[in-house]
Design a protein around this ligand. Structure first.
Ligand code: FES
Length: 171
């Protein structure tokens, strides 16, 4: 890469990006979009339009293609989110095991509006937590369950939820 094409991500993570790109043939750089997005999201907090342009440039694809990847994967965000993202499954099998009441408790505990949580998610005023209601986390028999960042917690009680939140608040 020449200096003309240096992006902030490239400047800061040159070695990591080189390592990522070295895993793919030079004519298949587009395969690196996912790990590059992961790096970008960690750096910026979410996949900002600038981050999407940077990743596109590094991977040699169009920004719209990177944008489509961000839109497809639920763990990439195209909007600001809290420091910790809490996803509660409230799909039918989990609802039959009490996830709706559990979600209601989670909203109360975090002081968030359930309607908002169910329609794209909501973030606490202190920016610590984003709560989202999602469909199927692939552990349908273990509801109520949630995912915080990349960790799963299953068969939870409201009390356990409260404890988890306090634990993550300290992280
Ligand atoms: S329906 Fe909730 S984990 Fe599958």
């Amino acid at each position: 890469m020449t200096n003309e094409t240096m992006t902030p991500l490239l400047e800061k993570y040159a070695t990591q990006i080189e390592t990522v790109l070295s895993k793919y043939p030079p004519d298949r750089k587009q395969s690196a979009v996912l790990p590059l997005l992961y790096l970008a999201q960690r750096e910026y907090g979410y996949c900002t339009p600038e981050a999407i342009r940077e990743v596109a440039e590094i991977a040699g694809v169009e920004p719209t293609e990177v944008d489509a990847v961000v839109g497809f994967y639920t763990l990439f965000y195209d909007h600001p989110v809290g420091k910790h993202v809490v996803q509660v499954c409230n799909d039918l099998p989990c609802a039959l095991r009490g996830s709706d009441q559990f979600l209601e408790h989670a909203c109360q505990k975090l002081g968030l509006d359930k309607h908002q949580v169910e329609h794209g998610g909501a973030t606490t005023a202190d920016g610590e937590f984003t709560l989202e209601s999602v469909v199927c986390l692939a552990a349908c028999d273990k509801a109520p369950l949630l995912q915080i960042d990349l960790e799963y917690f299953e068969r939870l009680t409201p009390e356990e939820f409260d404890r988890l939140i306090e634990e993550y608040r300290k992280k």
